[in-house]
Ligand binder design. Structure first.
Ligand code: FAD
Length: 387
């Protein structure tokens, strides 16, 4: 038996993986429980954009600042999981071009390095861009590989003593009085059920956070907000191509491995497990993608996917305008069950910052004084995950 407090993290997407690393590095005993494969939730099926923050610098500056800060940290700690290819914001018409001024001001206010480049230069770098663009600005966007992103954090957590159990589903929480004292799990590989004790449980289940919290009879304001993405059978761009306007449907083309992904839409869903993909949204993606890069009209669709963002809901605001920031909820302090903390919101790009925030809350709750060291600790390679 270890005398270290035991923290059980539910979910091995980007948030749970980064949290396992943070808490293991602070010296706690950590177990991660994931119902599927690592990154099999939203993290494994998104655009893979390492945000510079440019996308949010006008209408969500809090989210934009978090993105650029974390982007710069991830470049240092996990270079092996990233492709540092930069991004271009391009103006297609006069309205976009008028927005460029606000965009450059927003980048400056959020400390995002941005550089206006001549249209001819943009077309030389990205020959498949719409030749009629009116302006182009380069920002430090990039691309992450989601499996490597998560397994780099988890491999480092394992090196520091963490246990990772995938294909193991939390079916219920175990209570002692009004306090969560562990979880009931079903192992999908063995078909066995068992009970695991914990000093504290972290709910890092992303868009499923509301369902998990309901097991503790607590509420989290998570709004599963779906988006459709179309993956093309070839890579047409090297930099991330964004349209120069407020985030909208089909305004981004991200190159990942040998494909380009067009994204995305945004609508609220009731269950992240049952997202229907309407054909008209796929058509919208193709039409909007073609405006940015006309060649996409002829491209073969390799696949279409939809997943839900775990955004924090705000009353009377359209889902597209929910902030991309994140929050840790200590349910005991809100008058609910003790022994369980939920982390929600954010993006894969901000996973390390989310982990720092929830780990601070975990340590405070356990009465542990341990500093976060993840900003400066390089991660081991994802290759070490199975060693
Ligand atoms: C369309 C779209 C595009 C996006 N594009 C980007 C992008 O380009 N860049 C970016 O930075 N962010 C992007 N995001 C946001 C990003 O994908 C999410 O914010 C992030 O993946 C959330 O990670 P997470 O770990 O919180 O959730 P998840 O990755 O969903 O992880 C939660 C995990 O919990 C597990 N789980 C659930 N219930 C249980 C249970 N009962 N027992 C055990 N395990 C359980 C699930 O299987 C899942 O693996 C995008 C989101 C969407 C929807």
């Amino acid at each position: 038996m270890s005398s270290k407090p035991h923290v059980l993290i539910i979910g091995a997407g980007s948030t749970g993986s980064a949290t396992a690393h943070d808490l293991a590095l602070r010296g706690l005993r950590v177990t991660v429980i994931e119902r599927g494969e690592i990154a099999s939730g939203t993290t494994g099926r998104n655009h893979c954009l390492l945000h510079s923050g440019g996308r949010y610098c006008v209408n969500d500056q809090e989210g934009a600042i978090e993105c650029i800060q974390e982007n710069l940290i991830l470049r240092r700690i996990m270079p092996h999981a990233l492709e540092l290819n930069d991004g271009l914001f391009v103006a297609l018409d006069d309205e976009d071009y008028a927005f460029q001024e606000k965009f450059l001001a927003g980048c400056q206010e959020c400390h995002i390095p941005a550089r206006e480049i001549p249209v001819e230069q943009a077309l030389r770098i990205e020959p498949f861009l719409n030749p009629n663009i009116k302006g182009a600005v380069q920002v430090p966007d990039g691309v992450f590989e989601p499996w490597r992103f998560c397994t780099s954090f988890l491999a480092t957590a394992k090196k520091n003593g963490a246990t990772i159990r995938n294909f193991t589903e939390v079916s219920d929480l175990v209570f002692q009085g009004n306090s969560v004292a562990g979880v009931r799990v079903f192992d999908h590989r063995t078909g066995k059920t068992e009970t695991l004790g914990a000093d504290l449980v972290v709910n890092a289940t992303g868009a499923w956070a509301g369902m998990l919290a309901a097991m503790a009879n607590v509420d989290v304001p998570v709004a599963p907000t779906a988006g459709v993405m179309v993956t093309l059978g070839k890579r047409f761009n090297n930099m991330v191509i964004n349209r120069m306007h407020r985030p909208h449907d089909g305004d981004i083309v991200v190159p990942i491995r040998n494909t380009s992904i067009i994204g995305t839409t945004s609508w609220r869903v009731t269950s992240p497990d049952a997202i229907e993909i309407p054909q008209d949204q796929i058509d919208t993606m193709m039409c909007a993608g073609e405006l940015l890069m006309p060649i996409l009209r002829q491209a073969r669709q390799r696949g279409v996917m939809a997943v839900a963002r775990p955004l924090i809901a705000s009353a009377n605001i359209d889902a597209r305008d929910f902030s991309r920031t994140f929050e840790a909820f200590n349910h005991r302090k809100q008058g609910g069950a003790a022994g369980i903390i939920t982390i929600s919101g954010g993006k894969t790009t901000t996973a390390r910052g989310m982990a720092e925030k929830v780990s601070d809350v975990v340590c405070a709750e356990l009465g542990i004084n341990a500093e976060c060291k993840t900003k400066t600790t390089p991660l081991v390679s994802y290759r070490d995950f199975y060693n």
